[in-house]
Design a protein around this ligand. Sequence first.
Ligand code: SAH
Length: 341
Amino acid sequence: MINLLNLTPEELSDLLGSWGEPAFRAGQLFDWLHQKRAATFDEMSNLPKSLRSKLKEHCTTGSLNLKKRLVSTIDGTVKYLYGLEDGAAVEGVVMRYRHGNSLCISTQVGCRMGCGFCASTLGGLVRDLSAGEMLGEVYAAARDLPDGEKIGSVVLMGIGEPLDNFDNVCKFLDLLSHPKGFGMSLRHVSLSTCGLVDGIYRLAEKKYPLTLSVSLHAPEDDMRSALMPVNRKYNIDTLLTACRDYFATTGRRVSFEYALIHGKTDSVQQARRLATLLKGMNCHVNLIPHNAVREREFSRSTPRAVREFQQELEKAGITATVRRELGADVMAACGQLRRES
Ligand code: SAH
């Protein structure tokens, strides 16, 4: 079966053309799939019945079923467990901010990066998601929102390492922003990486206007290598050089994620070291109080340590925000729901 969400307008034209369909059918079908986000072929009322049955026989609309849907009673965060065609599952989260809804999606089933504090990597990498499956996550969430509500931004911060699935992620970004499709401006997209430096250089070449988020989490190589095996391949200096290059090439300010883990990454000295590292860079630091994961031994910094860490950065002229915890009652931290199921 062909997942039609994987096809560009040109690829869709080629497919329908090879079936002897007139050229305008591909445009109609693309519209049904990406603008109207039809979940079934039966909805596609302006396509002849014969074409609809042929589509049913050979293709899928790429619509994902929601295996689970948990709504936070604290803040309205919605957590999804999406079922994929092969029986695998990934997670997505809709975070409801005053300025609009933000959807966090997964890019792989599992992850092979091995970060010591993260639930998503515990079972290793199962497989990459296709571009169509990532779009399926967006469209299923869009269909699920109440009438009149939209997905205003998409963050690639769920399960998986986006730059470890580079080509599919780029195809996803091209389709997501296609003017005849969902049409989301990539200015409203953030891509988070653990620091795959070769991928950062490749991404810079694409000149997408998205926000690159880099998971830094420690200001010294020994601690970062202990927490994040990727640091043994690309150390902090190599990573920050790539980030500076990214800004120079794209003009887009890089954002750094920094998890505050009690006794590991949250000392005032580390805040100072971080400030020294980032000095003069056009960047933003997002402090994430660590979410405890059942299988892991790390715990969260105290509110006081979080405050002091942030103040130390601001003293050095680095803008730092503390990520609000959302959906605490629905396991919004990535990877936990999939493991549970
Ligand atoms: N692979 C990408 C994106 C997925 S993780 C990356 O590493 O950036 C999204 C963010 O959540 C990353 O910054 C990741 O390090 C962080 N994270 C993972 N587990 C966490 C936990 N238990 N508590 C706090 N942050 C966590």
